[in-house]
Design a protein around this ligand. Sequence first.
Ligand SMILES: O=C(O)COP(=O)(O)O
Ligand SMILES: [Mg+2]
Length: 229
Amino acid sequence: MLETGQAALFDNAAIAFDLDGTLVDTAPDLVRALNAVIVPRGLPAVPLADVRAMVGRGARVLLERAHARGGAEMQDGDALVAEFIEIYKTDVAAESRAFPGVEETLAWLKDAGARLSVCTNKPSVLSDLLIAELGLADYFERIIGPERTTAKKPDAAHLRDSLGADFARAALIGDSAPDVGSARAAGLPVIVMSYGYSENPAGSLGADRVLHAFGDVPRALAEIWQRAS
Ligand SMILES: O=C(O)COP(=O)(O)O
Ligand SMILES: [Mg+2]
């Protein structure tokens, strides 16, 4: 997978991963739960293709965007977020799956000595459940949702809290502007997955690298870290 010597770069490296659109294709279950909340309130259902540009800044912003799309202003946001979480929670991994290459690559990174974490704006109750149901929990030292940090992505604090301390080198793998923002604010490298969920094209976000396949993450990280040293 890598050139001689590159594997050693992963020993005691801290790597944080975004969840929705980076590790897991959650759009089908997200859109089902979203529509179950908004359609009874007279808003138009959001099609699967559209939800991908609406995810990335948490459950409240997703609901706000669905309202804006229907020409309405969101009222009683707290209740809607709570209802969305309740509905989504009941079948969080009905259709959601890890993207191709995710499991093999996480296993390789962990074997190489990297310390892996999840840095997500998805509410913690949902991210914990999703990761457990997909059998991915053992790969991660910690899962940091928005309630487990002082300020969520794009703030640097979210990424720092995810990475932990005393690492040799670090990076974030994500899919959208909040990911690039938090990495830049923390002064750390960031890779964006082109297949993910983003309002703007992956190539316009200002990441160090844009990748189309998760299996390419180790080689790209090695190149980024080598260049920086
Ligand atoms: O649920 C969201 O809006 C975002 O989740 P993510 O940070 O894992 O992409
Ligand atoms: Mg994402």
